[in-house]
Design a protein around this ligand. Structure first.
Ligand SMILES: Nc1nc2c(ncn2[C@@H]2O[C@H](COP(=O)(O)OP(=O)(O)O)[C@@H](O)[C@H]2O)c(=O)[nH]1
Ligand SMILES: [Mg+2]
Length: 459
């Protein structure tokens, strides 16, 4: 009987957690899967890092078997912020990395998801090289997709703006000029996620901040200082606490997306769509927004029926709340996204395809004219399944990216002016100042930032 229940994976997904952030997210994800009793949504996973200590910590904390981890490079301390070293190390170590991916099930995967932060060293640098190598090695005989879940820094971490700029530029280049671009970038922002959790679970977050940082949480100004990294608490302690607050949001979102990668007897996906199709339907950069446990029970009558018209009207409001209050990168009031994809999941009698009309109507206000919307309904036979809505907006205008670009510009200016000053770039990043200027210029174009806003010509 147990065998009969076994789920058939539609697309076979391999997870790669790279660097400290990527490793933590991978560990959190694996643990969430374990709680459900079995790994159903991914066919295999590997944690990669140049920093030995980070790997040991992740192994212990998340009980990751050693064969699912790999330390590449030979400086136990890792590359620090010098992302270019991690980039080169991937190429040097590729045979070893590829063998391990293969032996863990990656040889049959058609979608790879790289989990990483954008502002660190290892994950930031390794990611573009991994994309190229994965496509060359595993994509030789079949179409292989590489998705990147990329985590933007917290508010006070402006020193990470340069690495972030470089990585985003790498991931979004023209397909004709680079093999290092992602098929899909799922953008997640630490600063937005922290604000979101503070908004929606204020009590819980305050308790965590109070207990682990010893901050007086009745003092509003103290809290603001903490969020901006300007208070007395060490930034390392802040990062650690904040990470615990935001990581569950990321894992929840990943799990929702991966619902598309498995078919099951108790579940129907309509229209039939593959996890790999996400990349075909969306722009390269996408921002997720997730509303879990939609409280539609309030609409039920005495017999437990829900009137479809009321549900439609209700869901329009749910869409508004999802986009405005739950997106994992702040998208402002007018994101003008150029594509959208949504997954509505829940009990089959209420997760009705007729809801496509109200959902599309509501989504329209957040899209540019002519933008496409792809709907998916995940219908469960069980009556007690919660109803969830995941919306992915493709290429929305993002004020936060502009902010990061301005921070990058400030860092470039700070270290410019003389040959001695400019040596800083090579020393601490592993690339020259010009590389960042080029990256910044390209990103400005992609995100419609005016030349007058950031005057690169002056640098
Ligand atoms: N959301 C989240 N962000 C993290 C986590 N660990 C580190 N970060 C963020 O990642 C950035 C630092 O990069 P890190 O992953 O430590 O660098 P790497 O190990 O060199 O790839 C900072 O912006 C941190 O806020 C994590 O577990 N979750
Ligand atoms: Mg770190």
């Amino acid at each position: 009987m147990e065998e009969m229940e076994e789920k058939v994976p539609a697309s076979s997904v391999f997870l790669l957690g790279v660097g400290e952030c990527g490793g933590n997210l991978l560990g959190e994800y694996i643990n969430a899967e374990r709680e459900r009793g079995r790994m159903t949504r991914v066919s295999g996973y590997l944690l990669l890092n140049t920093n030995q200590m980070d790997v040991i910590k992740a192994r212990e904390r998340y009980h990751i078997p050693p064969e699912n981890t790999l330390i590449f490079g030979d400086t136990p301390m890792g590359v620090g912020g010098r992302f270019m070293e991690a980039y080169s190390l991937v190429d040097t170590w590729w045979d070893t990395i590829a063998d391990q991916i293969s032996s863990l099930g990656g040889d049959v995967a058609n979608t790879f998801i790289i989990l990483t932060s954008t502002g660190g060293g290892t994950g930031c640098g390794a990611t573009p090289a991994l994309i190229r190598q994965i496509k060359e090695t595993f994509g030789k005989t079949r179409r292989v997709y590489v998705y990147v879940a990329a985590v933007l820094p917290f508010e006070g971490q402006s020193s990470e703006a340069l690495n972030t700029t470089w990585l985003l530029y790498k991931l979004m280049q023209e397909p004709t000029s680079s093999k290092e671009i992602a098929d899909l970038v799922i953008l997640l922002s630490n600063r937005t996620m922290l604000r979101r959790r503070l908004q929606h679970d204020r009590r819980l977050v305050m308790d965590i901040i109070g207990a682990s940082l010893g901050v007086d949480t009745s003092d509003y100004q103290q809290i603001e200082k903490v969020l901006k990294y300007t208070g007395e608490v060490s930034s390392k302690a802040l990062e650690k606490t904040f990470i615990d607050i935001v990581n569950p949001l990321i894992v929840q979102t990943l799990i929702k997306m991966l619902e598309l990668s498995t078919y099951a007897p108790d579940k129907n996906i309509f229209p039939t769509i593959d996890f790999a199709d996400l990349a075909n339907r969306l722009d390269i950069i996408t921002v997720p927004a997730l509303f879990t446990d939609i409280p539609y029970e309030a609409l039920k009558d005495e017999r437990g029926n829900v009137d479809m018209d009321s549900l439609s009207a209700f869901l329009e409001e749910v869409v508004n709340v999802t986009v405005r209050a739950y997106s994992l990168v702040d998208i402002g009031d007018e994101p003008s996204a150029s594509s959208a994809f949504y997954i509505l999941s829940g009990p089959q009698q209420f997760t009705d395809v007729h809801l496509d009309i109200p959902i599309k109507r509501a989504l329209g206000s957040y899209l540019a004219e002519g933008a496409s919307i792809t709907p998916v309904f995940v219908q469960y036979k069980q009556r007690n399944m919660p109803m969830d809505l995941l919306i992915l907006l493709g290429l929305p205008k993002l004020e936060e990216i502009r902010e990061i670009m301005r921070e990058a510009y400030q860092l470039i200016s700070l270290h410019s002016g003389s040959k001695v000053k400019e040596r800083w770039f090579l020393k601490s990043k592993g690339v020259s100042r010009e590389v960042f200027i080029d990256a910044l210029r390209e990103l400005m174009e992609l995100f419609d930032v005016e030349e007058s806003e950031i005057e690169l010509s002056g640098t």
